[in-house]
Design a protein around this ligand. Structure first.
Ligand SMILES: [Zn+2]
Length: 198
């Protein structure tokens, strides 16, 4: 009897269901593509062990498929606890000799044949070394959040190379200023289901 009721109610359900009209409509508060990819770049940055600067990058193709992710870190085999993270020394213990930037790692981590016509989302405007990698990889668009190193020669060199090679770059202002991932919300709701069953 109970099953019949369920079947009957499913048969009569339509998009205009007056009982629960809101549940039949798509959410309006979903993440837009640009916010989504920039947020993923920021999430990747959380993996960085650099005590000062954590940067993430997310590469996306023209179908909005993610084809590469990266964050700044030491090369494989270079122990995070043995290699230097500081830059106060002018000797061999300067981190810039060793750290692979997010953009380079994202390009090298690609899961597609090539990155032609892709775009890259990155928290900070790429340095000149990453700009070279971006251009050579075939990426055609750079979407960045911060340009706080605009005064540095390396950033100016990046822009000079991007301009010459026709790589588009633009500063992104997120639609949502804050995106919260709260695992406890889902954990609590699954506990609730178990409690309801019991
Ligand atoms: Zn770089």
């Amino acid at each position: 009897m109970a099953n019949n009721n369920i079947i009957n109610s499913m048969n009569t359900m339509s998009l205009d269901d007056p009982i629960e009209p809101e549940r039949n409509k798509s959410r309006k508060d979903y993440l837009k593509w640009n916010d989504y990819f920039m947020a993923l770049a920021f999430l990747a940055a959380q993996r960085s062990k650099d005590p000062c600067t954590q940067v993430g990058a997310c590469i996306v193709n023209s179908d909005n498929r993610i084809v590469g992710m990266g964050y700044n870190g030491m090369p494989t085999g270079c122990d995070d606890n043995e290699f230097p993270w500081g830059k106060s020394d002018s000797n061999i213990n300067h981190k810039s000799f060793y750290v692979c930037h997010a953009e380079m790692n994202a390009v090298l981590n690609k899961n597609s044949y090539d990155l032609k016509n892709c775009r890259i989302y990155v928290g900070l405007f790429p340095c000149n070394e990453c700009a070279k990698v971006i251009i050579q990889s075939g990426i055609r668009e750079v979407i960045y959040l911060s340009d706080r190193k605009a005064h540095k020669l390396s950033t100016q060199a990046s822009k000079r190379m991007f301009d010459a090679s026709g790589v588009k770059y633009w500063q992104y202002t997120p639609e949502k200023s804050k995106i919260v991932i709260d695992f406890s919300q889902d954990m609590n709701s699954s506990n609730q289901i178990i409690e309801e069953k019991e």
